[in-house]
Design a protein around this ligand. Structure first.
Ligand code: AR6
Length: 174
């Protein structure tokens, strides 16, 4: 299959600047905004994003919901809720994988062919960065093998350290 690894890229970037069909937001379950990448996305998209988010009635951890991108270059924002890290005994790994998978499912629903992800849960939610990168890359690779409809998936890392962890995780995949 020609898809899979070839369409994945890892960059260091502010996700709000990317010209892709959909960017993923690492939100909280209220979907009413916050700090980190969530705050940056709401600032860049403008107040209409919050207006639409208010109508969504929140989102459970591991799930995802989609809005328009408003003033963003991206047409869509896929809001997902990663798990808060509590030491690993509360299903955090599976919930993180579900956040990636369900975001990709949302992308298919709106026919987004290019999607950018932040490193979900690795900021305020304290998920260990290396393990999160492995889960992110492994889950996305498996998903695009099963659903070969994407033209590009970007891991938009906010630091070079995070980008390096994603590159290593990608290199480890067969
Ligand atoms: N572009 C790309 N990545 C970014 C950007 C950006 N503009 N800004 C931050 N990051 P976090 P979480 C990286 O804390 O851990 C919010 O308050 C950041 O360096 O944004 O899932 C929500 O409302 C880190 O690598 O999300 C929730 O309450 C990654 O994005 C809570 O934080 C995720 O960090 C969610 O916490």
């Amino acid at each position: 299959m020609s898809q899979t690894k070839d369409i994945i890229s890892v960059i260091t970037a502010d996700i709000t600047t990317l010209q892709v069909d959909a960017i993923v937001n690492a939100a909280n379950s209220s979907l009413l905004g916050g700090g980190g990448v969530d705050g940056a996305i709401h600032r860049a998209a403008g107040p209409q994003l919050l207006e639409e988010c208010r109508k969504l009635n929140g989102c459970p951890t591991g799930q995802a919901k989609t809005t328009k991108g408003y003033k963003l270059p991206a047409k869509w924002v896929i809001h997902t809720v990663g798990p808060v890290w509590h030491g690993g005994g509360q299903n955090e790994r599976e919930l993180l994988a579900a956040a990636y998978r369900n975001s990709m499912e949302q992308a298919i629903q709106v026919e987004a062919r290019t999607v950018a992800f932040p490193a979900i849960s690795t900021g305020v939610y304290r998920f260990p960065k290396e393990e999160a990168a492995k889960i992110a890359v492994g889950t996305v690779l498996e998903f695009i093998e099963q659903h070969p409809v994407f033209d590009g998936v970007v891991f938009a890392c906010f630091s070079e350290e995070s980008a390096q962890l994603h590159r290593s995780a990608l290199a480890e995949q067969a």
